[in-house]
Design a protein around this ligand. Structure first.
Ligand code: GLY
Length: 396
């Protein structure tokens, strides 16, 4: 507890530093930085055990903590392979080949999940980071086969009475019903990508049901929505990882921004694009001046609280894509916001640089559980490099 207080004081002092608006992000330089950090990580992990994934680095640590990927509970198992795939796509020649080989080896350890009974909705995060990123780069038929199987496995969580996937089967009793969390929006990509009519219908129903019940009238999102599994009736909303049931948990809003933008990419249904803009606007209105959110915008400790770089990275990536579907002032606004966030994340205040082998510091995983507070987390790195690549490839 003492350590957490010391961290709060340090963050408060650090938060007082002046922030320059309108900074530009140097995409080439930051991608080179990411590749350098990836090489450092691979060297540190050598000889590599591909069943152990780099997950986080605590605020006062300097080496990755590894987690076994041979348990479906490790929801972050796909992010490091994803970082490798993306770093490879920023590389050339032998360097590119070498990183792709490493990405393939890490991904291969996850294949069993596509063919096992589903543990929870996080199967999407796991397969999108590993196999989908790999397929996008290589168009390897084997990756496609695994992804198609994984999509069908994920679809087994669908409850037609409710119209959404069950996110956490293990928590049905705890919540008193069919629970769907906003994070689940990201995993719809696996269903949509598969191109199967039934999977697409499930994803669209999930996105529509979530749009109806998961949000407050002001457009901010709840973490969890609970439904009666038999009648499908919406019962109540609550938080799990946010500060309170009525506060804006930043990563939750980030998943909504990114998720509805992605659903629009696949469906081209105008209502999803409109909704992505709405949930983005609500988030942008509440952002602190420097563009990096507090872990929860309703934490009464603000300004003596923690930022969440992971939410900033997810939003930056989502906004680059959102801008690409728009034009004129709207496009310029969302793209400008994304660049501003990426410039700030690329500053010495957020990049780990020589201190740690991760790309970024200062993310919050699960504050109520006291886990990964002010840490480097692999998904912050994943969405950061994804955002940089989306910017590099913008409208090419
Ligand atoms: N999907 C879990 C989280 O965002 O922490």
């Amino acid at each position: 507890m003492k350590r957490v207080y010391l961290q709060i004081i340090a963050i408060a002092l650090w938060g007082c530093t002046a922030v320059v608006r309108g900074q530009e992000v140097d995409v080439t330089r930051e991608l080179a930085y990411c590749k350098g950090q990836v090489d450092r990580t691979l060297k540190e992990l050598s000889p590599i055990d591909y069943t152990m994934t780099p997950r986080n680095i605590g605020a006062d640590e300097s080496r990755w903590n590894l987690r076994s990927v041979k348990t479906p509970e490790e929801w972050c198992a796909g992010f490091f392979p994803g970082v490798l795939w993306m770093a490879s796509s920023a590389g050339q020649g032998d360097e590119k080949e070498r990183l792709m080989k490493e990405a393939d080896r890490y991904s291969a350890e996850l294949e069993y999940l596509a063919y096992s009974p589903v543990y929870d909705h996080d199967l999407g995060f796991i397969m999108i980071g590993s196999y989908l990123k790999g397929w996008e780069l290589t168009h390897d038929e084997h990756y496609k086969e695994v992804l198609m199987a994984a999509a069908d496995t994920l679809a087994t969580l669908y409850n037609p009475a409710v119209g959404t996937l069950l996110s956490w089967p293990r928590n049905v009793e705890m919540f008193g019903g069919h629970n769907t969390i906003i994070d689940n929006m990201i995993n719809l990509e696996l269903l949509l990508w598969s191109g199967k009519e039934r999977n697409k219908e499930i994803a669209v129903h999930h996105a529509d049901t979530t749009m109806t019940y998961h949000f407050r009238p002001d457009g901010t999102v709840n973490h969890v929505a609970v439904y009666d599994p038999a009648s499908g009736k919406h019962l109540y909303n609550c938080t799990h990882q946010g500060f309170g049931d009525n506060t804006l948990w930043s990563r939750g809003q980030a998943w909504a921004i990114y998720g509805y933008t992605m659903v629009y990419r696949y469906t081209k249904e105008q209502r999803f694009l409109d909704f992505a803009k709405r949930v983005a606007d609500v988030y942008l209105e509440r952002l602190p001046e420097d563009g990096i959110p507090w872990w929860d915008m309703g934490d009464p400790m603000i300004p003596n609280s923690f930022r969440d770089a992971s939410a900033a990275a997810v939003v930056a990536s989502g906004l680059v894509e959102l801008a690409s579907f728009l034009d004129g002032a709207e496009e310029a606004r969302y793209l400008g916001e994304a660049k501003r966030m990426l410039a700030r994340l690329s500053s010495a205040d957020y990049q780990s640089r020589e201190k740690k082998p991760s790309f970024l510091m200062h993310s919050v995983g699960n504050m109520p559980a006291g886990s990964e507070v002010d840490a480097s987390i692999n998904y912050a790195d994943y969405y950061y490099i994804e955002a940089l690549l989306r910017l590099r490839d913008y409208r090419k």
